[in-house]
Design a protein around this ligand. Sequence first.
Ligand code: 1CP
Length: 341
Amino acid sequence: MSKMWELFQGNSLSSPPLWFMRQAGRYLPEYRKIRETCPTFLELCYTPELATRVTLQPIERFDFDAAIIFSDILVIPQGLGQHLSFESGKGPQLEPLNLSFFQTKLSFAGFLSQMAPVYEAIRLTRAQLSPSKALIGFSGAPWTLALYMLEGEGSRDFAKAKQIAFQNEKLFSSFLDFLVSAISLHLIEQIKAGASALQIFDSWAGLCPSSHFQKWIIEPTRRIVSSVRDVFPEIPLIGFPKGCGANLIDYSSHCDFSGISLDSSTPLSWAVKNLSSDLILQGNLDPLLLCAGGEPLKNAIISIHQHMNGRPYIFNLGHGIVPQTPIKNVEDCIKWVRELR
Ligand code: 1CP
């Protein structure tokens, strides 16, 4: 825990350290300018010099305490051989995967060479980022990646993917095992390239029924954390099982994370009471409150701080910044967080 705390604390000695999920992105004019020079979003992810530029933009503009490498959770399926494209207005499109053939369709053969630009972007970013700032690498969790890979695109309920999982539980478990290996490898390579902390995004944890939560979320995630810690025992690791409600108690007690990112629906009083005081908590501010700004934003910041009641925490959102967020609100938010004592 203390390692994670020291890492993020950086310059913020009395106010909580802060960074935002999706802090690089469309709400920034300087991001849109670089994005326009790239025919596709993936080209931006896979061009190390450009990925480095956009990773550093929010740090240069706002002096956040951590940078998160500009990439996407869906680079893993692509690296394993599943065709991926991002079409404007449509989000990610993956060639839908037939679960019965995942072992022949997907392979590790080209994985590291396909991912090489991500690691190069981490090396370049680390070289240009102040040593006092954390550099966060990340990955999707097995459950969330499996849903996208089986569905073939984003969805509100991932009905098709979940039906496949329920009808083929044994095969689905082997598929999760396969993803555990890919994700562990990808995270370890990011640390080797210079990432000083990692976050595992389980954006769709809330879609996993409680009856399967242990098997499909906790156990695979626990194994990833354990294999990363076998190589880098001290690395700060943050779990973000979005929308999982009270399952967060078992998730955080079994997975050996250093920190937990809380979505906006998690009551902070409940989290503070029920999650180990060894865990660094992060998050919870509704991204639309940041977008709305003014007094409601200021009150929400103060409320988060009061709930944390002296416990070390990292200020963050409950999910990613929305593109229409005014820059002025981000500036106000940072100023108000840095005034906290
Ligand atoms: O330029 C553009 O218009 C593309 C928009 C965009 C961006 C900026 C996408 C497409 N991905 C990203 C970057 C990204 N994705 C980061 C960058 C680092 C940062 O935070 O600054 C990160 C951490 C992610 C992670 C990610 N991608 C998640 C997990 C977090 C979350 O938001 O829940 C998920 C689910 C994705 C998939 C994805 N990539 C992009 C979109 C629009 C989506 C969601 C698709 C959907 O479900 O509809």
